[in-house]
Design a protein around this ligand. Structure first.
Ligand code: SF4
Length: 576
């Protein structure tokens, strides 16, 4: 595997392949975070030539391992000012692996304002100016790429929001149907791609073969056990395939942790109407599909295809986070309108979590009424057009809160909180506060134990045990994000030791390693150390590892609890 570096500063961008060298043994998040931490000046402006955008497949990317197609996108974040790894499904991770590319590193910055497209196949790399692509929304852009390069490609692209360098901009990755529906959403990674002048990277794995393990038989055997483990677990084998991640709406609403009206209440009266159960039924009725994988080799298939009332494709099945952010958090209970907003976010290239949280802040400011889905849709169009108001919204919740004088702005390190209120699930609050990424549920998904009782139980309403829980999950997650595996495998890993062992066996057979659980912990810690170290040098202090103060003061109905984990305890999280 090689690192592909493309320096955009030159008139004819410089392309070079190099060995992994000091990055040997790293993949996915470990690789993006190591490169950013070692090579980027932590004090640089995120949109400057000194920042880099790293797009990496996981350790098992491009192999026959099930679930191994995730892609990590890393940089210094324009949203948080700290290190960022945004993780996405889609085809790119597998295709990168098959092309023998562990990571693409976009460096420098073009002098003019030309727009570039990059085409990579087994024969090499072509970087071309193409100003006809300027300001194209993602769907139109991909149609154009299909016409030019055929259908056997995977694309990594930005929409207008990335080109306008908005801090809420995402990087889009195409799915199996070549639709730009998968997004490295968080932290404004799309703005960094925009600052490099790169609109789209087209990956073509024609005439390539899967990466081969060192020990073929042991690998096959471990992969078989791993898949059987995922299929046997009730969450990965039944719940997620049937209803997708939105199976969580009814569950989280029931436990009173569903942030409603910009984190004012923990239950939403309209939750049932936008639940995964309703979504799946509509998809079946309208000829969509409630069970679908976002990349080849996914056996959980938590995704789906959403059709509009007339039975035409509208978007992929909106995920729990999206349905919450643009739904309950804004008081919207119309699933079709939410699906339209999901499509618009994908098309303009913005993070649905950040946009939902931002629109709720705008509602709090009185800019639009709670529950007014049409006004929210208009706001998203403003983002896509880049009007003055659109540029404020596209820069996220913190920026919008400042622009309109709002006190209650749910962000940590400048990044919006996802769909679990930290007052009703204290463990996720610890993760939001302390993750080097800013508020991020996937960085240490305490919901698994606090709510779903997977791998044990820690009372969600009490502060005891939450720091340790979040610490362990943050370490384990940093490892899983490095393998290229979808994080949803964690449900089965937590409950079934044999499935956890099968993953290790697979890695060991692939690389000829002897990794044990202890090594997994060390690996995860190493990744977090890269990230913490970068943030420290970027000027972050322990005071940045805190939730907004209203979570400590305003009790959340129905439990009427506040966030109770003490600051001193949060400061112990990384003292392992
Ligand atoms: S489980 Fe869902 S998110 Fe994970 S790879 Fe499969 S479809 Fe994508």
């Amino acid at each position: 595997m090689k690192i592909l570096r493309i320096n955009m500063s030159e008139d004819a961008p410089e392309v070079k392949f190099e060995d992994l060298g000091q990055y040997e043994g790293l993949g996915g998040r470990a690789l993006t975070s190591a490169i950013i931490s070692k090579e980027v000046d932590p004090l640089c402006h995120p949109l400057s030539a000194d920042n880099k955008l790293v797009i990496a497949c996981g350790l098992l990317g491009g192999s026959a391992a099930a679930m191994s197609g995730r892609t990590s996108v890393g940089c210094k974040s324009p949203l948080t000012g700290g290190i960022k790894e945004a993780n996405s499904g889609g085809q790119a991770g597998q295709v990168l692996g098959r092309l023998g590319i562990a990571a693409i590193v976009l460096e420098g910055k073009p002098k003019g304002d030309d727009t570039y497209k990059i085409y990579i196949n087994k024969n090499g790399v072509k970087v071309e100016k193409d100003n006809s692509l300027k300001m194209l929304p993602n769907y139109d852009l991909i149609e154009k790429m299909k016409k030019e390069f055929g259908e056997k490609i995977a694309c990594v692209s930005i929409g207008p929001a990335g080109e306008m360098k908005m801090s809420g901009a995402s990087v889009a990755l195409t799915d199996m149907e070549l639709r730009p529906t998968r997004h490295a959403g968080r932290g404004g990674v799309g703005a960094v791609m925009g600052s490099k002048g790169v609109k789209v990277i087209v990956l073509d794995d024609t005439e390539t073969t899967p990466r081969q393990p060192k020990n073929v038989e042991a690998f096959k055997e471990a992969n078989k056990k791993f898949v059987a483990g995922l299929q046997k677990h009730p969450v990965t084998g039944q719940g997620l395939p049937a209803y997708g991640t939105n199976v969580l709406t009814n569950i989280i609403n029931e436990v009173g942790a569903y942030p409603t009206y910009n984190f004012k209440e923990g239950r939403f009266a309209g939750a049932r109407k936008i639940s995964g159960e309703v979504e799946a039924e509509l998809e079946k009725q309208r000829g969509g599909n409630p069970t679908h994988g976002c990349h080849r080799g996914c056996v959980i298939r938590c995704s789906g295809i959403y059709h509009d009332k007339d039975g035409h494709y509208l978007t992929k099945q909106p995920e729990y986070e999206t349905v919450w952010a643009l739904g309950g958090n804004c008081g919207v209970d119309d699933i079709d309108k939410i699906a339209m907003m999901d499509f618009l976010c994908d098309n303009y290239g913005v993070d649905t979590i950040e946009m939902g949280a931002t629109i709720a802040v705008a509602m709090e400011a009185g800019l639009l009424k709670w529950g007014d889905a049409d006004a929210a849709i208009n706001l998203l169009h403003e983002v896509g057009k880049g009007t003055h108001l659109g540029r404020i919204i596209g820069n996220g919740a913190a920026f919008t809160g400042k622009a309109f004088g709002v006190e209650r702005v749910p962000v940590v390190k400048g990044q919006a909180l996802p769909a679990y209120d930290p007052r009703a699930v204290q463990g996720i609050g610890v993760t939001y506060a302390t993750s080097p990424m800013g508020a991020d549920h996937t960085a240490g998904y305490s919901i698994a134990l606090n709510v779903l009782k997977t791998g044990g139980f820690v009372d969600p309403l009490k502060p005891e045990g939450q720091v340790e829980l979040s610490r362990n999950l943050q370490i384990a997650t940093a490892f899983v994000d490095s393998t290229g595996m979808c994080l949803f495998i964690a449900f089965a890993l937590l409950d079934q030791p044999e499935t956890n062992q099968a993953l290790l066996d697979m890695l060991n057979a692939f690389y000829g390693w002897n990794m044990t659980d202890k090594d997994v912990v060390e690996y995860g810690k190493k990744v977090l150390k890269f990230e913490r170290d970068f943030n420290l040098r970027a000027g972050f202090t322990k005071e940045h590892d805190r939730l907004p103060r209203f979570f400590y003061k305003e009790p959340l109905p129905p439990h009427n609890t506040v966030f109770q984990v003490k600051d001193e305890e949060l400061d112990q999280l990384f003292n392992w």
